[in-house]
Ligand binder design. Structure first.
Ligand SMILES: *Cc1c(COP(=O)(O)O)cnc(C)c1O
Length: 241
């Protein structure tokens, strides 16, 4: 785990990257929310991040998120990884923003569980803009139908769209490879927003390509390695007491 001083330095650098990209694009840096992606890292590091002002933390596995959440006070949590239907019940009622809703069966389960719990579940619809078989997300052309389907559920609030671009081929700059996909997601969001004004967020951009995402209008960037250094071997687990 990196030391607090190193995290502070990496954070300053990351915030500077975001601010520079925003200003260059004529945007306000404050309109981009920095999500610290803490997968594999221990709760101590999450608490350090919160203390330094990174209050939005993201995980890609439900189990890891649910185990870490009680150990970190003051954080807002995001699930950015694939979600299985049988894990939905563990998330409902925990105020996690789910970025990875990409199919009707998942919408059905989320809505059923949220209704039972008497809560409104906030979600983003994940779009596989690059048609990458290794990534989740609905097809770009299915986005509007899926958003409309989810929107008909009173216990779901669809707040925007998310995408993960494919890994660029070796030697290709990740930001230039991803930029057209970020632009396509923004166009889709703009179209949807005319009908559904609450579809506002664009969750896109990671350590290697956040400048391109901010240039194309990202409102949430998901940054792991650039903030926290290399990831651990596997998911963090709470030691059995
Ligand atoms: C791990 C992960 C990230 C962060 O990736 P880095 O390249 O380490 O910044 C962002 N989004 C998702 C969905 C992830 O799983």
């Amino acid at each position: 785990m990196i030391a607090a001083a190193e995290l502070a330095e990496r954070l300053a650098d990351t915030r500077h990257r975001i601010a520079t990209a925003a200003v260059t694009a004529g945007r306000h840096p404050g309109d981009v929310i920095l999500l610290g992606v803490t997968k594999t890292h221990p709760p101590e590091l999450c608490r350090m991040a919160v203390e330094l002002g990174v209050e939005d933390l993201a995980e890609n596995r439900v189990q890891e998120l649910v185990a870490k959440r009680p150990e970190v006070a003051g954080a807002r949590w995001h699930l950015v990884g694939r979600l299985q239907r049988n894990k939905v019940k563990e998330l409902i009622g925990t105020h996690v923003l789910i970025h990875s809703v990409d199919r009707r069966s998942l919408v059905d389960e989320l809505s059923k569980r949220a209704e039972r719990a008497g809560v409104v579940q906030r979600i983003l619809v994940q779009v596989n803009v690059g048609d990458d078989p290794a990534k989740g997300g609905c097809h770009l052309t299915e986005t509007e139908a899926l958003v409309a389907y989810a929107r008909a559920r009173p216990n779901l609030a669809i707040e925007g769209l998310m995408t993960i671009p494919p890994m660029p081929p070796t030697g290709v700059d990740p930001a230039s490879a991803a930029r057209p996909q970020f632009a396509a997601l923004r166009e889709q969001r703009d179209t949807l927003r005319e009908r559904f004004p609450e579809v506002a967020h664009l969750s896109m951009g990671m350590s290697a390509d956040l400048e391109a995402a901010v240039a194309e209008g990202a409102t949430m960037v998901r940054v792991g390695t650039a903030l926290f250094g290399p990831r651990g071997e596997g998911p963090w687990r709470k030691d059995p007491a």
